[in-house]
Design a protein around this ligand. Structure first.
Ligand code: SF4
Ligand code: MG
Length: 326
């Protein structure tokens, strides 16, 4: 396994108390595989990724337990210096907002080139050549000229391509992309997602794709891990999830995507809001919103039940959910 997160716990100290952002998350991704981590905002998916990348704000954040194995080594037990080396070359991250992730006062050519100067010891001139090549790889028209432009001179979609180019520069084994297309128009979203998927398979990288939108992952993910209130509530191959979810929350997410075969029907929305992480409901955290909830759900935390060899669900009534009685 390229990346294996085991029983990760993260807390945030706030003035009002402790927010339990990540409560025992485990997931893994292999080389050449795409794992989509799905959930509403505040479910802990980004915080988990930040802990994996070593960019969590500490304080107020604090990793209180677990392991992050990257190529077999626990990153949480490495010295900062070693950690930084892995972060530079072994793994890279793509963020939602390229405009704030890129340096506004440097041309994109200088920013891309900097990666090769700093990490590969290249001359400025050679680094510039590589920067143009990378921009061509992510299909930026007129790369040889546009290498002299600043981030704000590009459209949102083109800027996101530049972020992908930055992430790819050192050919990392793993990329974590946090809502990489959320800020873009729907058609541009699809183009950027296709490009990312294509490069991921070409470079045989592991990709962790964090999103709140189940609609964007159908064609690109191999597996999906659904998070709710800091836990994984369902984990399964993507086709299984689309065929029949084994958790009512996943079902709710699935029913809320617009689909051609349901044209004209009103879109479903999961009722209520995700819980306050300082006061996670007892029992199953999803029970206040769940159409299948009954007494046991209010008292007993559901473990991750094994649905099949490749699939798990944290619902006491996963069988009912799977067979559509909800
Ligand atoms: Fe719903 Fe109960 Fe399953 Fe939680 S355990 S998802 S409340 S049916
Ligand atoms: Mg987020």
């Amino acid at each position: 396994m390229l990346l294996e997160v085991r029983d990760l716990h993260v807390e945030f100290r706030t003035r009002d108390g402790i927010a339990k952002a990540v409560n025992g998350v485990s997931y893994g991704v292999d080389a050449g595989e795409t794992l989509a981590v799905l959930g509403e905002s505040g479910c802990g998916k980004s915080v988990t990724a930040q802990a994996v990348m070593g960019i969590l704000d500490t304080p107020p954040g604090r990793i209180t337990g677990g392991e992050v194995l990257f190529q077999g080594r626990d990153l949480l037990r490495l010295r900062e210096e070693e950690r930084r080396r892995i972060r530079g070359a072994g793994m890279a991250m793509i963020f939602q907002d390229a405009l704030s992730a890129l340096n506004p006062v440097l041309t994109v050519g200088d920013q891309l080139g900097e990666m090769f100067v700093v990490h590969r010891g290249m001359s400025r001139k050679d680094a510039r050549v590589r920067a143009v090549e990378l921009m061509e790889r992510v299909r930026i028209p007129g790369a040889a000229q546009r290498v002299r432009d600043y981030p704000h001179q590009f459209s949102g979609g083109m800027r996101q391509r530049i972020m992908i180019a930055m992430a790819l520069a050192l050919e990392p084994a793993l990329i974590i992309a946090d809502e990489p297309t959320t800020a873009l128009d729907v058609t541009v979203q699809a183009q950027v997602m296709d490009l990312l998927a294509e490069l991921q398979s070409e470079y045989h990288m592991g990709l962790v794709l964090i999103t709140h939108d189940l609609g964007v992952v159908a064609d690109v993910a191999d597996r999906i891990a659904v998070m709710y209130a800091g836990r994984i509530v369902e984990s399964a191959p993507v086709h299984d999830i689309y065929k029949a979810p084994a958790h009512p929350y996943t079902r709710g997410l699935l029913d809320s995507i617009p689909r051609l075969d349901r044209k004209g029907r009103q879109l479903y929305a999961i009722k209520g809001l995700p819980p306050n992480l300082m006061a996670i409901p007892p029992g199953c955290a999803f029970h206040p919103r769940c159409p299948l909830a009954r007494d046991v759900c209010r008292t007993d935390v559901p473990p991750l039940y094994e649905v099949s060899a490749e699939r798990a669900s944290a619902c006491h009534f996963w069988r009912e959910c799977l067979h559509g009685r909800s």
